[in-house]
Structures are given as structure tokens and as C-alpha cells.
Design a protein around this ligand. Structure first.
Ligand SMILES: [Ca+2]
Length: 86
């Protein structure tokens, strides 16, 4: 038996920031996060558990395969958000 998962995924940055005008259309890709895994495991991206509030879940969606964060609602004010990687 070979251990094929010796390494945790590493993100390309410790945090990502975005700043978007209020007219940002629904479905816009706000930013893309990127992680790599030395074992070449399949990576699944999700919102961090600290961000799984109803509000956050309404506003953003992350594509589990690509790591792209998308808007689900039109942002109602100029928005700055920051995603920290834990
Ligand atoms: Ca791994």
C-alpha cells in the first residue's frame, strides 16, 4: 500500500482580495483562487466554514473544481471582500 496523500494542498497566496463596483453582474467571476497539491490529489474548493453564513452563501458561490468565486446577487454597494486561507 502506497501512501498517496502525504501533503496538504497549498494555496498560491495566503489571502485574496477583490474590490468590485455595485453594478457587477450576477455570475461575474470575482476572483480565482489556486491551490496545488504535491501528491496530485484532486482538489475541491469550497467556501471556508467561517464564511458559511446565510449572507455569504447568498452572495457568493465557489466552483468546486476551478476555485472561481462567482456573484449570485447583484452587489448593492461597492464591495471590498477578502478571502483568507486557513
Ligand atoms: Ca495531498
Amino acid at each position: 500500500m502506497i501512501n498517496v496523500n502525504d501533503n496538504s494542498p497549498q494555496f498560491s497566496a495566503s489571502s485574496y482580495e477583490g474590490n468590485f463596483p455595485e453594478s457587477t453582474p450576477v455570475g461575474t467571476t470575482l476572483l480565482k483562487v489556486k491551490a496545488t497539491d504535491a501528491d496530485d490529489n484532486k482538489l475541491i474548493y469550497s467556501l471556508p466554514s467561517c464564511c458559511n453564513s446565510a449572507t455569504t452563501m447568498e452572495l457568493f458561490e465557489v466552483n468546486p473544481e476551478t476555485g472561481c468565486y462567482l456573484t449570485l446577487l447583484i452587489l448593492e454597494f461597492d464591495s471590498l471582500f477578502r478571502i483568507a486561507i486557513f
